[in-house]
Design a protein around this ligand. Structure first.
Ligand code: UDP
Ligand code: UDP
Ligand code: UDP
Length: 444
């Protein structure tokens, strides 16, 4: 969902600006959330064309991966030969392809072969995108330093990245995800442009470094066009409870679409929310893939907890409409894993973040959140699964976030900047997007 959502948003953004859009999605999907969102999207936007990319099943004995989403990446790579006829079947013919950063190794050479301009869309921060783009060089030139004794990773033009923020799998180039990331990064110079779901004022120095050749001289233009606009959706039920809460009082808690905490950590988080004294709306996941998430809330948290907090909090097991929750005036803070979509949604609505990054790009993203003034981050809570953070400490930090006036004002300013970037015709993100559309129009 962290990759599908920004693409659905981008498709709607291009379509509402007069582009004829064809959305190519992979079939079958891994999660139920993906398939329901795809169907709802096409029924809401009937003028967007649909093409299904039916991938070959990935034979498990051939895969060294256990993560179902990574197995899907592999299956997509193995089905690349089916993509060419699909692209050629489009009528009218395609004038440009917008494809995922993590699909570059598949799509970019094919687009080049078909002479179709290819814009690569990165679904993470400008800062993590820089690390990703620079990864092949960290291994080749600098391998002694990368993961060695230095405490920082140096990428030209960027403030040093503390080693503790680099996803641990990145230190091992033989792991699937790392070798896959390297192959995708190596192909980036062949793209026509790299689009980012961020905005100038949120990551100014990093965006400048990517564009002035400091990070890599071979990169195409990097265009920040975020925060992406939400597309049309239905209202969720739990909002009637939120409607009854006072302004800025509720803590919203979610770790995204594919991250489950351990049962011990879930209990401590419950304890922390109770201790904080704040009303809360908590989206609880106990399994990575939604259709396997069968555990009952009572079994995870216990009936006495639910009894004690019944007038204070709502726990949802299942999909919520996060963008709509963050837009609600009662929400005063967000405990987030810092998946990049969540960060941009918080920025768009000026909601302060208590960053609790667990995997992958999330620590680098948490640094960006902190530097932009959108939130706070307790570094010693560790990577996901490294330790169990106690309820007492969680409660204390939640109270700290919710009562920090300075943070609240700064987050509101970030929200203003985000809206300016995407609202009026002079907004930096609007100008970048319209520039791309204009280039394509002139090429026709
Ligand atoms: N999301 C949502 N409801 C949920 C869980 C997630 O709307 O119950 C959305 C969230 O708003 C975001 C995306 O799913 O747009 C998750 O992406 P993110 O990058 O935050 O994290 P990931 O799921 O990739 O770890
Ligand atoms: N993981 C996840 N969401 C992410 C990143 C990772 O669910 O955004 C999963 C990942 O696929 C792996 C587990 O969490 O199965 C541990 O991830 P870690 O980054 O610690 O990798 P490891 O070093 O254990 O391979
Ligand atoms: N990642 C990683 N190890 C993992 C999972 C993710 O290093 O086990 C890194 C990877 O570099 C990737 C980033 O985290 O670019 C985001 O991962 P992914 O796309 O799986 O997560 P999502 O965007 O869905 O949250």
């Amino acid at each position: 969902m962290g990759h599908l959502t920004p693409f659905l948003r981008l498709a709607a953004m291009l379509s509402s600006r007069g582009c004829l859009v064809t959305l190519i999605t992979v079939k079958p999907t891994v999660s139920v959330a993906e398939s329901t969102h795809i169907s709802t999207f096409f029924s809401t936007y009937p003028h967007i064309n649909r093409l299904d990319f039916e991938i070959l099943p990935c034979n498990p004995p051939n895969s060294t991966n256990t993560d179902p989403f990574f197995i899907q990446f592999e299956a997509i790579s193995r089905s690349v030969h089916l993509l060419k006829p699909l692209l050629l079947s489009s009528s009218p013919p395609l004038s440009a392809i917008f494809s995922d950063f993590v699909g570059s190794v598949t799509v970019t050479p094919l687009a080049e072969h078909l002479s179709i301009p290819n814009y690569v869309v990165s679904t993470t921060s400008a800062r993590f995108s820089s690390l990703f783009s620079y990864l092949p060089f960290l291994f080749s030139e600098n391998s002694a330093k990368f993961g060695g004794s230095d405490n920082d990773v140096q990428i030209p033009g960027l403030s040093p990245l503390p080693l503790s923020t680099i996803p641990p799998p990145f230190f091992n180039p033989t792991l699937f995800f790392t070798s896959f990331a390297i192959s995708n990064a190596q192909i980036l110079p062949k793209a026509k442009g790299i689009l980012l779901n961020t905005f100038d004022r949120f990551e100014p120095d990093t965006i400048a470094a990517l564009n002035n050749g400091s990070v890599l001289s071979s990169l195409p233009p990097v265009l920040p066009i975020g925060p992406f606009e939400p597309y049309k959706f239905k209202k969720g039920d739990y909002l009637s409870w939120v409607d009854d809460q006072s302004v800025g009082s509720v803590v919203y808690v979610s770790f995204g679409s594919r991250t489950a905490m351990s049962k011990d950590q879930i209990r401590e988080l419950g304890d922390g929310l109770e201790r904080s004294g704040c009303p809360f709306l908590w989206v609880l996941k106990s399994s990575k893939v939604d259709k396997e998430d069968n555990e009952e809330i009572e079994d995870l948290l216990g009936n006495s907890f639910l009894e004690r907090t019944k007038n204070r909090g709502i726990i949802v097991k299942g999909w919520v409409n996060q963008e709509q929750i963050l837009a609600h005036p009662a929400i005063g803070g967000f405990i987030s894993h810092c998946g990049w979509n969540s960060v941009m949604e918080a920025a768009r609505h000026g909601v302060p973040v208590l960053a609790w990054p667990l995997h992958g790009d999330q620590r680098v993203n948490a640094e960006v959140v902190e530097n932009a003034g959108l939130g706070m981050w307790v570094r010693d809570w560790g990577w996901g699964g490294e330790k169990v953070v106690k309820g007492e400490e969680i409660g204390e930090k939640v109270r700290e976030m919710m009562s920090d006036e300075k943070l609240r004002n700064k987050a509101m300013e970030v929200g203003e900047e985000a809206r300016k970037a995407c609202q009026d015709a002079n907004g930096s993100s609007v100008k970048a997007l319209m520039g791309i559309i204009e280039t394509l129009r002139l090429a026709e």
